[in-house]
Design a binder for this molecule. Structure first.
Ligand SMILES: Cc1ncc(C[n+]2csc(CCOP(=O)(O)OP(=O)(O)O)c2C)c(N)n1
Length: 549
């Protein structure tokens, strides 16, 4: 009933063009209900009914959980608790950037709302007065393996949603008139998003299954299928062909392709600039080049320097507060349907708590740029809780992700521009301390191309850069200019207690000493033997990091 009222009464869209920018958006946050979504699009005419029988087959796009392989899916769902954050991002773009009539609907399960990220999204939605957003919670009392904690306590749901600032209706989720009325009222409400808390029964109308445990995700027994289909069909009251309402086509035409920096980097070799600051400077410049560049941050903008973007483009800065999971989901939503070029930043360490959201972003085929600052031990006195060490390993597991670890301000600025024009997820890793500019403004950088710097000195075992700063010494090693002979790379780090561990690749793989962990950690206890053969460094994105050491 919920899907029927949404798809054929409330939502405005062109069924033949599901990705049309003026269409209303629908996010099935409870992605395991994918068959419902596919059935709705079949009823709308986009899918052919026989295709539905390919559900979950290996060569079918009708997967067990929806992905953007299907044009009517903007963000992949199935890892519960993430859909509403993405819907918030879409609604934000619709209200504040597109300033268009399309609206965003999100269907959640009641079990799913145990996820904290759902409440992060609820807080975000009301804070930004997303009155073009409707969340419908299907309160069917049951989760996967048992009842949900609130069962059918509709009043508690109402109070919680209202406490989070949402215009809230509690309805009988099987009564199409009630649903229709709530959705109509929601369309009139200004300044608040709407939550429709729908009381339903799982397996409604199926004898022995309705409201019973242990049926989640299970097919009906073959011998009961005929009678179950008969029972459902007997409740169909009309065979009228349903036609959705057409969209209001007022979305502006935009272009986000081929964005160039308005001017070259304004740094001189030897200047001392933190790469995190260079990120903010670069983002502000990029924002001047294209009005669809937007920046998000999780209350760290004066550390990541995304505040430099906010200072010049305040209307395109989205403060997400201390809710990194939601920030990533909102960013995914903003990037959906290519409506924005999205950069989201926080300390790199804090992206690790949003790993699943980033992972889902890759499944969503998103074009999203994330910048993590304060990477590595060079943040020193801030202590280990703020240090990003695992982040680089994490991002390198993300399919299609490009990892940038720029060594100076010039390469940071180039990385920002490259990221804006690169598909998939991009991760830019920036450092806290000021480090010397080592490249001239005209230096060219390409993804996948490593540069070797100063390897002659390294071979002798000398430290590169300032031994007090791992970032400086690592980063100086990371942009590697081409030299005659094979590529070489040296990285060094001070260990507590004064001893220094370092690693040299030379000539396709001679490892002099030391050990490099992919997580970015130096482990003083371990060292490989001098002269041991190592694989040649393999560039990870722009960065020339040894891949398999
Ligand atoms: C983050 C996450 N945890 C666990 C699961 C496994 N899972 C799939 S469906 C489900 C129950 C969902 O219950 P609810 O949200 O109430 O959906 P409904 O009962 O309406 O199907 C669970 C635990 C998952 N998909 N994602």
């Amino acid at each position: 009933e919920i899907a029927a009222v949404l798809f054929f009464q409330a939502m405005r869209y062109r069924a033949s063009q599901p990705a049309h920018p003026s269409n209303d958006r629908f996010v099935l946050s409870k992605g395991h209900a994918a068959p419902l979504l596919y059935a709705a699009w079949a009823e709308a005419g986009f899918l052919k009914e026989p295709e539905l029988l390919n559900l979950r087959k290996i060569d079918s796009d009708l997967e067990g959980h929806p992905t953007p392989r299907l044009p009517f899916v903007d963000v992949a769902t199935g890892s519960l608790g993430q859909g509403l954050g993405a819907a918030c991002g879409m609604a934000y773009v619709g209200k504040y950037f597109d300033k268009a009539s399309y609206r965003v609907f999100c269907l959640l399960g009641d079990g799913e709302v145990s996820e904290g990220s759902v409440w992060e999204a609820l807080a975000f939605g009301s804070h930004y007065q997303l009155d073009n957003l409707v969340a419908i919670v299907d309160v069917n009392r049951l989760g996967q393996s048992e009842a949900t904690p609130l069962c059918h306590d509709m009043e508690v749901y109402r109070r919680r949603c209202e406490a989070f600032g949402w215009n809230t209706y509690v309805v009988d989720g099987h009564a199409v008139e009630e649903l229709d009325e709530a959705l109509r009222q929601a369309a009139q409400v200004k300044g608040k998003p709407t939550a429709i808390v729908a009381k339903t029964y799982k397996g409604r109308g199926i004898p022995g299954v309705e409201d019973a445990e242990n049926w989640h995700g299970k097919p009906m027994p073959k011998d009961k299928v005929e009678s179950i289909i008969g029972a459902i069909q007997s409740r169909i009251q009309t065979h009228q062909v349903l036609v959705p309402q057409a969209p209001i086509e007022d979305v502006p035409q935009i272009s986000i392709a081929g964005i160039c920096m308005p001017s070259p980097p304004e740094y001189t070799i030897g200047d001392k600039v933190a790469t995190r600051k260079a990120y903010g400077v670069a983002l502000a410049k990029l924002g001047a080049a294209n009005e669809r560049v937007v920046a998000l941050d999780g209350d760290t903008k004066n550390s990541t320097f995304s505040e430099l973007f906010k200072q010049v483009h305040p209307e395109r800065y989205i403060e997400c507060y201390i809710a990194e999971q939601n920030m990533v989901s909102v960013a995914l939503g903003c990037a959906a349907r290519d409506r924005a070029v999205v950069f989201a930043s926080t300390f790199a360490a804090f992206f690790t708590r949003a790993f699943d959201h980033i992972r889902m972003g890759a499944i969503s085929r998103t074009n999203l740029n994330l910048c993590g600052s304060h990477c590595g031990v060079s943040i020193g006195e801030d202590g280990p809780s703020q240090m990003a060490l695992e982040d680089i390993a994490m991002f390198r597991t993300i399919p299609g992700c490009t990892v940038f670890y720029p060594s100076d301000a010039v390469s940071t600025e180039r990385a920002v521009c490259l990221a804006a024009n690169t598909k998939g997820i991009c991760f830019i890793r920036t450092s806290r301390p000021e480090t010397p500019v080592i490249y001239p403004p005209e230096e060219k950088f390409e993804i996948g191309q490593a540069k070797v710097r100063g390897w002659e000195e390294c071979v002798g075992g000398e430290l590169l850069g300032d031994p007090g700063s791992m970032a400086a010494s690592l980063s100086q090693a990371c942009w590697i200019p081409e030299q005659k002979g094979a590529p070489a790379c040296s990285q060094a780090a001070p260990a507590r207690g004064g001893s220094v561990k370092w690693l040299i690749f030379k000539g396709g793989g001679e490892c002099a000493r030391g050990w490099w962990h992919l997580a970015g950690l130096w482990s003083p206890g371990e060292s490989s033997q001098a002269g041991q053969r190592c694989p040649a460094p393999v560039p990870a994105g722009v960065l020339g990091l040894g891949q398999r050491l």
